[in-house]
Design a protein around this ligand. Structure first.
Ligand code: ES4
Ligand code: ZN
Length: 326
């Protein structure tokens, strides 16, 4: 496209990435074989054919099934390392990634196996690829607040290794306020709060995340644009919004990227950035997301540069590190 070279050259931070959503079918099939675990497809073509979603829940069912092959520290390392090597090509220099420990502990994989595998790859990514990183522990919102407290408790030995906590999985019917006490506790522990809100859920969920929970970042936030008062709060507070164009398209949050809120958000002075969410499932890593949104909305070079700047401004990097990129 018209801005491919610019997009490729720009240093970027990725702030909305589920590491289990970067698990490519090739690697999944290899790990399934070494762990002797059955998977419902035998070829790449079969896998890709299954990745045809009409909503968030259809994706989540396949996402949780795919990660079932992950059993050892090595597995979590290999998945994370593959992501880092891939986005090095996209000029990602910093990543703040979600992981979903409950999706592993619920099937008997200890928290430490998950965390140590991911952390080993992140350390290697900084040493060998120069990619800095932070980890965000996400709570599954279809589970109870009590289950979230259990996770917070069992993760205590690793608390120094993550910067924040998240809230993901099935949104509708599971509003942020279901987890008020849990996030209050996480805030007291010094964690940043990143909540998925307004992906499929109503603007009211974004309002709760922002005003009742005190979210530091809103993941997706598309439907906030239905509420002018909420737009005003997002502008005044410069709360980062992590938009994911190809995710929105894959999950039918949008039927056409031309309807994406990204350009309006930029024009209204909101701190929006572009991310891949679950690149192995949604058809593209971060540069492909920049390409797709730039093309669909006819973004200017200045707007593309603004999106990359916003990715650093919205990150949890220390101010001096941010300043080098903004
Ligand atoms: C997710 Cl796209 C999306 N939405 C909500 N939860 C998720 N977990 C992984 N990807
Ligand atoms: Zn997400």
């Amino acid at each position: 496209s018209a801005h491919s070279d610019l997009i490729a050259r720009l240093p970027k931070a990725e702030l909305h990435l589920h590491i289990e959503g970067s698990f490519e079918p090739e690697l999944m099939m290899a790990i399934a074989e070494r762990n002797r675990v059955d998977i419902p497809f035998k070829t790449l073509e079969e896998a890709k054919a299954a990745y045809d979603f009409s909503n968030l829940q259809e994706f989540l069912d396949i996402y949780y099934q795919g990660m079932n092959v992950l059993r050892t520290e090595q597995d979590f390392h290999d998945m994370t390392w593959a992501y880092l090597e891939r986005v090095k090509q996209d000029n990602v220099v910093h990543v703040e990634m979600f992981f979903d420990p409950q999706a592993h502990t619920e099937r008997g994989v200890p928290f430490g196996v998950v965390a140590e595998g991911i952390l080993a790859a992140l350390k290697r990514g900084e040493a060998e690829l120069g990619i800095t990183s932070e980890l965000i522990m996400s709570f599954l919102r279809h589970l109870s607040e009590g289950a979230g407290f259990v996770l917070l408790d069992e993760s205590i030995p690793w608390h120094e290794h993550f910067i924040g906590v998240g809230l993901d999985s099935s949104e509708v019917g599971h509003p942020p306020l279901k987890f008020r006490g849990l996030f209050e506790r996480c805030r007291e522990l010094g964690f940043k709060l990143c909540l998925h809100a307004g992906e499929e859920g109503p603007p009211e969920y974004v309002r709760e995340a922002l005003l009742d929970i005190g979210a530091d970042r809103i993941d997706h936030g598309n439907r906030a644009m239905e509420d002018p008062a909420l737009i005003q709060v997002l502008r005044d507070t410069q709360t980062p919004l992590t938009n994911c164009p190809l995710s929105n398209l894959s999950l039918c949050v949008l039927d056409d990227l031309k309807k994406s809120p990204v350009k309006t958000q930029l024009e209204e002075g909101l701190l929006v950035c572009v991310n891949s969410d679950d690149p192995a499932y949604f058809g593209g890593y971060i540069n492909q997301n920049y390409e797709a949104i730039s093309e669909a909305l006819d973004l200017s070079a200045g707007q593309i540069i603004q999106l990359a700047r916003n990715s650093f401004a919205g990150s949890f990097l220390p101010e001096d590190a941010k300043a080098r990129y903004i």
